[in-house]
Design a binder for this molecule. Structure first.
Ligand SMILES: *Cc1c(COP(=O)(O)O)cnc(C)c1O
Length: 229
C-alpha cells in the first residue's frame, strides 16, 4: 500500500469514529508519526496534505528538519534535559512533559528566544516502568508546580496506554485520562490553556476519538512498518 492509500484509509477511519462519537472529523488533528520513516515517504504524506510530523528522537528530528519545508513538528518522545536547546526553536509542541526539571529547562530556553512553548503533560496511565509520564495520583502535585513558568503554555494531556488486545481495557485507560484532562480545565493559571488531548495511535485511535481525543498520533498506519536502522 502506498502512503497516499494509507492516508485515505486513516482519514476514513477518523471520519467513521468521529461520526460514531457525534464529533466533527475536522476537530481531530492527525499527527503523522514519522520516526524511523524515510524522507520520501514524508514528502508523499506532505503531498497528501499532512503538515504535522511527530518525532521522538532529537537527532532524527534535526536530521530531517531542513529537508522538508513548510511543515510543523511535534516532539512526542522522552526528552533529555540537555537536548531541549536543540529543538526549542523548531517544534510547535512538546507532548512529553514528565518532570519539573524538564519544565525548567524548556521554560529557560524558550525565554532566551522569546517564545512560549506549548506543552502537554504526559500521563503514565498504566504505571509502566518502561514508559515516561506522571502517575495519575501525582498529577495534582505536578500541576501545582507549573504556575510560575511563564514561557510554557500548558495545553493539555498526552498518554500512551499499555499494549493490549482488549478494547474495553484500552477504552478504560482513555476514559481515565479524559477525566484528568477535564479536571485540568479548572485551573485558572495564566500559563494554562487546556485544549488538547493527545491519545490514540494506529491500533487504537478510533477508541481514543470515541473517548474524546483531539490529537491522534499515527505512524505505521500512514507510513507502514518502521525501518529500524
Ligand atoms: C511511535 C509512536 C506513535 C505511533 O505509533 P503507531 O503505532 O506506529 O501509530 C505514537 N505516539 C508515540 C509517542 C510514539 O512513540
Amino acid at each position: 500500500m502506498s502512503v497516499s492509500n494509507n492516508i485515505s484509509r486513516v482519514r476514513e477511519r477518523i471520519e467513521l469514529a468521529a461520526m460514531r462519537a457525534g464529533r466533527q472529523p475536522e476537530d481531530i488533528e492527525l499527527v503523522a508519526v514519522s520516526k524511523m520513516q524515510s524522507l520520501e515517504k514524508m514528502y508523499e504524506a506532505k503531498e497528501c496534505g499532512l503538515r504535522v510530523f511527530g518525532e521522538n528522537k532529537v537527532q532524527e528530528l534535526l536530521d530531517k528538519y531542513d529537508k522538508i519545508q513548510d511543515v510543523k513538528w511535534h516532539f512526542i518522545g522522552h526528552l533529555q534535559t540537555n537536548k531541549v536547546k536543540y529543538i526549542i526553536d523548531k517544534v510547535e509542541m512538546i507532548h512529553s512533559l514528565d518532570r519539573i526539571g524538564l519544565v525548567e529547562e524548556i521554560d529557560k530556553r524558550a525565554k532566551q528566544i522569546n517564545r512560549i512553548m506549548p506543552v502537554l503533560i504526559q500521563i503514565n496511565i498504566g504505571r509502566e516502568e518502561t514508559k515516561s509520564g506522571i502517575y495519575e495520583e501525582d498529577v495534582e502535585n505536578f500541576i501545582s508546580g507549573l504556575e510560575k513558568y511563564q514561557n510554557i503554555l500548558v495545553s493539555g494531556i498526552m498518554t500512551i496506554p499499555p499494549p493490549s488486545d482488549n478494547k474495553s481495557e484500552i477504552r478504560g485507560y482513555f476514559r481515565r485520562v479524559k477525566k484528568i484532562f477535564d479536571d485540568l480545565k479548572q485551573y485558572k493559571y495564566k500559563n494554562f490553556d487546556i485544549k488538547y488531548l493527545s491519545m490514540g495511535m494506529t491500533n487504537d485511535f478510533e477508541i481514543a476519538i470515541e473517548e474524546g481525543a483531539n490529537i491522534i498520533r499515527v505512524g505505521t498506519g500512514i507510513f507502514g512498518q518502521r525501518n529500524y536502522l
